[in-house]
Design a protein around this ligand. Sequence first.
Ligand code: SF4
Length: 480
Amino acid sequence: MSIDIEKILQVLAHEVKGYQVPVVDLIAVQTRDPFKVLVATILSARTKDEVTAQAADRLFARAATVEELAKLDEKRLQKLIYPVGFYKNKARYLAALPAKLSDDFDSQVPASMEGLLSLPGVGRKTANLVLAQAFAIPAICVDTHVHRIMNIWGYVETDTPLKTEMALREKLPEKYWIPVNSLLVAFGQGTCRPVAPHCDRCVLGDSCPQIGVTPRKLKKKSAAGEVMRLVSWNVNGLRAVLKKGFLESVKEMDPDVLGLQEIKAMPEQLPDSVRSLNGYHSYFYSAQRKGYSGVAVYSRKKPEQVIVGIDDPRFDSEGRVLTLEFTTFYFINCYFPNSKNDLSRLGLKHEFNVALQNFAEELARKKAVVICGDYNVAHKEIDLANPRQNQKNAGFTPQERAWMDSFTDAGWIDSFREKNKEADQYSWWSFRSRAREKNIGWRIDYHCVDQKSRRRIMDADIFQHIYGSDHCPVVLDFLS
Ligand code: SF4
């Protein structure tokens, strides 16, 4: 299938009018200032737009000109731009920028590819974007969205952004060189997303060849009843993940019930946008100790009852279990204890596991039960990247795995493994050694259901494309 590029770009120009404008374009339009466009472009690499926008605001409040930027040292810059991706490198580039501009360009941003490429931290993509947005010079900025989408359409067949840029220079009419980046960034962020694009609602649905694409899984419908999307996510600090696109991620996942673990906050420490998430009923159970543990549940439907804790002060003081009762099932959100590196909490963890199982089995006598959460254990060798090296480590000790064996032997069903038997499916990665990038991870987050609910498991998934924590969300589509 060959595509009509002019027609497609015209359709998209109309389509993205209602989308969020990419942050660099916004700054270009609002300021018409090459310096700000350059700085925002440097900040935006590998960073979500809302994070870039906030960092740019903080930085420009202190340094709106080259001269003002020269007064900030690297450490100060790191603080101002955190948490943009690679903030330490970017702070180093920004600290070196004023001297370079002053020495070679009379403190002006150069309007040439060669000049821009000589600046610290500026590569071809940044240079093209600055030329296009700050100086309106025809240049094709090929970022990940342009490269990806042009290949999905089969308009180019390339394996690197540079080859895509060269191919587009050959065949894309020049009038589209400047706008193509804005169009495809907005479209790539809003509809044709890098993972699981929204082909179901795409205006190009009929004309797109979808080369190499796995479209988004929709919630399955069932004649037998309503399917609810249950999501579990250890956020490793709700206030921290909020700065990393949490609200946008929730919107994208579209959960009916969302269980969070390790929120590390009291409700009163949270902004209104999270304390009462728009469209959801919100429930929190924080640990007594500040900044530690704690769980929260957001639910579209108002539950019939909320049960706080499991009536054991040793665990309830740590805010580990929060249960919502719905008409046809209980949703237990649980943050299982970590047995610690020295295994000093192994015994306590086992006692918690037994207490939680007893609590869940009591509820399962009345109706269906889903236990979601960070179980802090990889059950089988397939559930972690390096099983042999971790036999004696917390989360994969024989004792922890033995409890998981006895739990599943008692009839509890690991919903993910019910649907997916593949290896390399992980939900947690160490922050060290670029473990997530290399997918050296563990699957320690689960939705387990009682034995009578096997037929209610409509689908189960791990949303590895959602970032913000060292865990990613796990998902169960459950016939409620
Ligand atoms: S149909 Fe799917 S792959 Fe094609 S452009 Fe639309 S969202 Fe992207």
